[in-house]
Design a protein around this ligand. Structure first.
Ligand code: GCU
Length: 673
């Protein structure tokens, strides 16, 4: 009796009984054990996907929720049967996609079914697709992203696995696809852990699923896998194009051209399929005021790819940031990848345009796409709109710095993000981390990521959002609040006694009521990055921390803090530009017109006014991306009636309704800074 593939545990059970093999003679198979399934890793990144021949696999897919991880083909509990089909009505099948519910791809599953709102676990996606006989071409199964672990089966056979969300991956399936109907099944698990990237605790929703486009991409037998295009000298308008190709013989000629300028440059591919062209062309520079884009055509053999790019330079000089050689202030805003007025993840060109248009309405020239790689549509839309972008991977808070698989997941994510978007003129900063506490293992981990990033792309800046607020700095600020509180008077006996005690403890260092403070960023990571980015929450979190430290009520401390912020100067130990990557405050849209209390729009607007006054007077600060454009889903934010599992620091609510602080920032961005 011949059985295709590994015996299912049930068969083993039956055979063992039939053959009367005693348990003692051999280890009995455990039908309930997890199976060891061999998957291949994803192929090296396939770039310029929108320039290639492809068939979309977007649309409704059948799904089966699988919290216990038993849906693998051949599983004792059923799984999707490798060859078993319902026919006579007597077949026992418990995993049958033909009757299962359907969810939209692309998109997360959390927002498409209320039962899945909080769900973190495995879900099987299934669809079929038709394929013709391939003639002298290659077929690639391409995913824009899958959050966060994808195990893929094609026609019942394990195909490949990719761990790590937010970035594209693909598998060549030329020899595995059959002409006619193919069955595609993907197990997606959006669970996070102490060793994943990000870890289990994030202040954004761990949306799971086939969150971005799924395509069947057809390439010639010999094809160009990726290409990198950059302006390497602004004065001479010198352009460098690097090509990575597959299958060509050494010495194959290739060609790069800018049809609009009638410029063509030939080059030769080496034995590895790589080639570089360096040439000049009279291009107009891309900038936020004039986002000039050109079509670049790259050809080799039967391959012909087009990429639409802008030519610009970005660099720092001392504490200044230079776009095309001229100083620029980054008047920005932070975002999460959620559409305005819709639930779940943003995945489309329209979603990206919606978010970026709102940033333009705010008067921004810069967007921090926090905290993970966005869909490819975002940077393409930013190129067209003339917005600068900060791109980031979710090395966020407590990462397992000493875990090799954690590091390789972060490196793979960063590499794919850079190789996907390195032709986007809008992207000026690659960020390797957000708010990661100092430690030597953290330094080693981030140093590796920074080295990787610079090796892949030396034409952009590298940064990381650093954690604000060291304890000793806070202690100094509290003494200033004490001096001002006592000078203002009107305090109760308890506050008076506490403030007097604080000043007494400060001794000779006790400040006057008109003192000021330099907050100096001293994280050693500042030595390794180009721009020192810094998250600080003066006017929001810190007042609560000060209250815990001193026993003084927030009703006393918040007004003192708001007044003191104009006397804080933010500096860095290194002579580099500072970018305030986050500041902000929460407000429930519509809570306004009454007493100015926390969660009111007025309080949020006051924090913005005080922050702007502080930051515009800190000469080393060259940019800001306040937190955040729009209220966003977060499991850390349950406060009923106010948050309801939204982080409410948005300048707009989830439907795009603007809060008072939107106008405060918009007014500032319209001014000279
Ligand atoms: C942190 C963090 C954000 C978070 C924000 C907040 O700095 O970087 O991811 O959402 O502050 O607390 O709202």
């Amino acid at each position: 009796m011949k059985v295709d593939g590994p015996l299912s545990p049930l068969w083993v059970l039956v055979l063992t009984v039939l053959m009367g093999v005693s348990a003692g003679a051999q280890e009995e198979e455990n039908p309930f054990a997890d199976q060891e399934i061999e998957f291949t890793s994803a192929d090296t990144l396939l770039g310029l996907v929108d320039s290639r021949a492809s068939m979309s696999l977007n649309g409704p897919w059948r799904v089966i929720v699988d919290p216990m991880g038993v849906g693998h083909p051949g599983s004792f509990f059923g799984g999707f049967p490798r060859n078993k089909k319902a026919s006579s009505g007597m077949e026992l099948i418990e995993y049958d996609f033909s009757t299962a519910q359907q969810l939209r791809v692309p998109g997360d599953f959390n927002s498409q079914d209320d039962r899945l709102f909080f769900y973190q676990g495995g879900i099987w996606y299934f669809r079929t697709f038709e394929s013709e006989q391939l003639n002298d071409t290659k077929l690639h199964l391409w995913f824009g992203a899958a959050n966060f672990d994808a195990q893929i089966y094609l026609n019942g056979e394990p195909l490949g696995r990719h761990t790590g969300g937010y970035v594209p991956f693909s598998f060549e399936i030329t020899d595995k696809v059959r002409s006619g109907t193919n069955e595609l099944m993907v197990r997606i698990d959006n669970s996070l852990s102490a060793t994943s990237v990000p870890t289990k605790r994030t202040d954004w929703w761990p949306y799971g699923g086939l969150t971005r486009d799924v395509l069947l991409v057809e390439t010639p037998q010999n094809y160009i896998r990726n290409a990198k295009i950059a302006l390497i000298d602004r004065d001479s308008k010198t352009i460098r194009v690097d090509i990575w190709a597959v299958g060509f013989d050494a010495g194959t000629s290739a060609k790069v051209s800018l049809p609009e300028l009638d410029v063509t440059q030939n080059l030769v591919l080496d034995e590895n399929g790589n080639g570089t062209a360096v040439f000049t062309a009279p291009v107009d520079l891309w900038s936020t005021d004039s986002p000039r884009l050109y079509d670049i055509v790259i050809e080799a053999g039967k391959e012909r790819l087009e990429e639409r790019v802008g030519f610009r330079t970005i660099e720092t000089k001392g504490q200044a940031i230079l776009l095309n050689g001229e100083e620029i202030k980054l008047k920005g805003i932070s975002t999460h990848e959620e559409p305005i007025g819709d639930a779940g993840v943003a995945y489309s060109d329209e979603h990206a345009l919606g978010l970026l248009s709102a940033a333009k309405d705010l008067g921004a020239n810069f967007v921090r796409a926090a905290h993970y790689p966005y869909s490819r549509h975002m940077a393409k839309a930013a190129d067209e709109l003339g917005l600068l972008l900060w791109a980031e991977i979710p090395v966020y808070w407590n990462i397992d710095w000493e875990n090799e698989s954690t590091l390789s997941e972060a490196r793979n994510m960063m590499g794919r993000l850079v190789e996907r978007d390195w032709n986007r003129s809008s992207v000026i900063i690659w960020s390797v981390a957000n708010e990661t506490p100092y430690s030597e293992p953290r330094m080693a981990f981030l140093r590796t990521l920074i080295d990787d990033t610079r090796a892949l792309d030396s034409t952009r800046l590298v940064s990381a959002a650093l954690l604000g607020g060291s304890r000793e700095k806070f202690a100094e600020i509290i003494t200033h609040l004490a001096a001002r509180g006592l000078a203002n008077g009107g305090l109760g006996p308890k506050e008076t006694a506490i403030f007097q005690g604080i000043l007494k403890q400060a001794g000779d260092a006790a400040p006057t009521a008109s003192g000021s403070v330099d907050v100096v960023i001293d994280d050693p990571l500042a030595e390794l990055v180009d721009i020192v980015a810094y998250n600080e929450y003066f006017g929001w979190y810190y007042s609560a921390l000060f209250a815990d430290e001193t026993g003084i009520g927030e009703d006393v401390l918040r007004p003192l803090m708001m007044d003191f912020m104009k006397d804080i100067t933010i500096k860095a130990k290194v002579d580099k530009p500072i970018h305030i990557s986050e500041f902000g405050a929460g407000a429930k849209y519509g809570r306004k017109g009454g007493e100015v209390l926390i969660w009111t729009e007025e309080y949020q607007a006051e924090v913005y006014r005080a922050q702007i006054e502080m930051l515009r007077a800190s000469p080393q600060v060259q940019g800001m991306t306040p937190w955040i454009l729009k209220d966003f889903r977060a499991m850390l934010r349950p406060l009923a009636g106010v948050q309801d599992y939204y982080n409410r620091k948005g300048l707009m609510d989830e439907n795009g309704n603007r809060k008072l602080a939107f106008d405060v920032l918009n007014t500032f961005y319209a001014e000279e800074w």
